[in-house]
Design a protein around this ligand. Structure first.
Ligand SMILES: [Zn+2]
Length: 241
């Protein structure tokens, strides 16, 4: 919880003791609060969010949140790790640890900022938020074998957690949808084929010609799935005669 949120937290929700801790030369007051959760509103529509590596989040509205620095850092880190396996000097290890802490803070900051922005847009127009299930991302981004184990620490995993948390706090409905073929399926005609994605970033439907950035297309497909999932959930249950 950031300092600004902390200051806004009404005193009647404080619970127990507050702790004063020092981290990286700064002092923080940590207070535990039980915040009442608002009722989830009935969404008029959904925002689909596509998460990726270079573009951390792209919404079905076409808003794109970049994470280039994080991406560069991940590649740098992978290279350094290989070097370290060769020569394990103490200064090299220290440097790696320092840089890692710094990038971790940067990732947390980005996740906060991006999720806050997306949730506030959803809240403002009375829309729900939908993301793809993490397993699907795992299949789609085709991580190298040595990267797979660390998937849960990848920025987009934590971005999902930030989104879910902030959505709940704002009463915004939140859904995880099946993301199979979200980057190969045409949102206009439904045609699904690997060749609809001629390059990593580009979508171009082989049947109807719809073209655009692949992450926006994926976001729109996530939105479609949320719409149908929601209709399914709220449709009256028919009891067989
Ligand atoms: Zn099409």
């Amino acid at each position: 919880m950031g300092a600004a949120d902390q200051l806004k937290t009404p005193a009647q929700y404080r619970r127990g003791e507050s702790d004063l801790v020092q981290r990286g030369g700064k002092w923080f007051l940590i207070a535990t609060c039980d915040l009442p959760e608002p009722e989830e509103f009935e969404p008029v529509d959904w925002i689909g969010v596509d998460r990726g590596i270079v573009s951390l989040a792209t919404t079905s509205d076409g808003t794109n949140h970049q994470g280039r620095r994080l991406h560069r850092y991940r590649r740098w880190q992978a290279r350094k790790r290989t070097e370290l396996q060769v020569k394990q000097t103490r200064s090299a290890i220290r440097r790696l640890a320092r840089r890692s802490k710094k990038e971790h803070r940067h990732a947390t900051h980005l996740n906060h900022r991006i999720s806050k922005e997306i949730v506030s847009v959803a809240q403002r127009n009375g829309r729900g938020l939908a993301v793809e299930e993490l397993d699907a991302i795992r299949d789609r981004v085709r991580l190298r074998r040595d990267q797979r184990g660390t998937l849960s620490s990848w920025p987009f995993h934590r971005l999902g957690q930030h989104l879910a948390y902030k959505a709940r706090r704002a009463g915004v409905p939140f859904l995880e949808v099946d993301a199979t073929y979200t980057s190969q399926r045409c949102p206009r005609c439904g045609h699904t084929e690997r060749a609809n994605r001629p390059t990593r970033d580009r979508f171009s439907c082989r049947r109807c010609g719809l073209a655009g950035p692949v992450d926006v297309v994926a976001g729109v497909n996530v939105r479609h799935r949320a719409r149908s999932a929601w209709v399914f959930v709220t449709a009256p249950v028919r009891v067989p005669a």
